[in-house]
Design a protein around this ligand. Structure first.
Ligand SMILES: Cc1ncc(C[n+]2csc(CCOP(=O)(O)OP(=O)(O)O)c2C)c(N)n1
Ligand code: SF4
Length: 351
């Protein structure tokens, strides 16, 4: 993975979080992506999210597949655990890691090519399992790393930089996540950090699979006037359905709580997501309504953003499989390997 190490310079009066760490402690290597790539803005929002949540970097596992988007974990949290999996296979690796070490924060960073073409089955099953992780799709409508082929999220009629027109139906990660039973489904835009930041924080604190599709223009291959994943197009057709605030457990509830339009959602660790509806007819707890809302706005050519669906208390993979409450590394060897007699006893049940 190519990256340039940043000089470790500390400034007087630098802001620190509750752990005494600075934003610099949450950064990674210097990005080697194209200047202006949307993926870098998402990286910067992630750095801020982990910093503001006071999460120790070593308690995080970063996972990705292959692509420009999948390179980004090298650019944040250099002290965290991390792995680049094979193209499209990150969810399986995340599942295995999560099964063994359930006490970490899992963040998967993928691209629309990585998740919606070669990795679609893996993406769908991680969601179906309700794996406890934050899964980001940095969606630019192209294969950036392999130089601009259409991906499965390119809209019908969108033109490639060299003039070819896409005629295949796109796969929308948000509609896919709603259909697959996703418990936290959101869409953001790399150019709107104010909206993205609270969604990232809430996604990290969600007890289950949090999927955020982030529109992230590729300035090199897909930011021209015929692209539906360009900065100009997204800015023009952007339609926020919900504004989300994230409120950590220790912070007093702010005045916004009292406003008629605000809906608080309690997360498992005591924090809250405060959903302030922008569209009066939007209900982020109703899966069917969310789907028809998306369809309606899609017909009008609009891109709906915000925390579009949230469901707490659906059993996660660990609850469904009744796994040990402790990470495997912390279990005593005699528990992990109870011996031949215990194995023989267990096998009797399958004869
Ligand atoms: C098995 C396999 N097939 C194909 C490739 C070639 N490949 C590398 S990255 C990539 C697409 C990446 O696109 P996306 O996930 O959208 O990420 P972006 O670069 O646009 O951020 C492809 C097809 C590969 N590395 N491995
Ligand atoms: S090719 Fe596109 S996606 Fe890749 S780094 Fe450059 S701008 Fe970003």
């Amino acid at each position: 993975m190519s990256f340039i190490r940043k000089p470790d310079i500390r400034y007087k009066g630098q802001r620190t979080n509750a752990l005494g760490l600075t934003l610099r402690d949450y950064e990674g290597g210097m990005s080697t992506l194209c200047a202006g790539c949307g993926h870098d803005s998402i990286t910067s929002a992630l750095v801020q999210a982990f910093f503001e949540l006071d999460i120790e970097p070593y308690r995080v596992a970063k996972l990705s597949g292959i692509g420009c988007s999948s390179k980004t974990p090298a650019y944040f949290l250099s002290q965290a655990h991390g792995i680049n999996a094979v193209h499209g296979r990150m969810p399986a690796v995340a599942t295995g890691a999560n099964a063994a070490a359930r006490d970490l924060y899992y963040i998967g960073v993928s691209g629309d090519g990585d998740s919606l073409s070669i990795g679609l089955g893996q993406f769908a099953h991680a969601m179906r399992r309700n794996l406890h992780m934050l899964y980001l799709i940095e969606n630019n409508g192209v294969y950036g790393l392999t130089k601009g082929q259409f991906s499965a999220s390119a809209d019908i009629g969108s033109k490639a930089k060299k003039g070819e027109i896409n005629e295949q139906r796109p796969i929308d990660p948000v509609k896919t996540a709603l259909a697959m039973g996703g418990t936290f489904v959101a869409r953001g835009f790399s150019g709107d950090k104010d909206q993205l930041l609270p969604m990232l924080k809430a996604g990290l604190k969600h007890d289950g699979f949090a999927m955020i599709d982030v529109l992230s223009p590729c300035v090199t291959f897909n930011d021209h006037e015929d692209s539906t994943k360009s900065y100009a197009h997204t800015r023009q057709f952007y339609h926020p359905a919900v504004h989300a605030d994230f409120i950590p457990p220790a912070e007093p509830i702010r005045a916004g709580y009292d406003e008629g339009e605000a809906v608080p959602v309690q997360l498992h660790d005591g924090s809250q997501v405060l959903l302030r509806k922008v569209a009066p007819d939007y209900d982020p707890h109703d899966r069917a309504a969310a789907m028809s809302y998306l369809e309606r706005h899609e017909q009008a050519g609009e891109i709906v953003t915000g925390l579009l669906y949230i469901e707490e208390h659906r059993p996660t993979m660990h609850a469904i499989n009744q796994t040990a409450a402790t990470a495997l590394r912390d279990l005593d060897y005699s528990v992990l390997n109870p011996g031949a007699a215990a194995l023989a006893e267990l096998q009797k049940r399958f004869r």
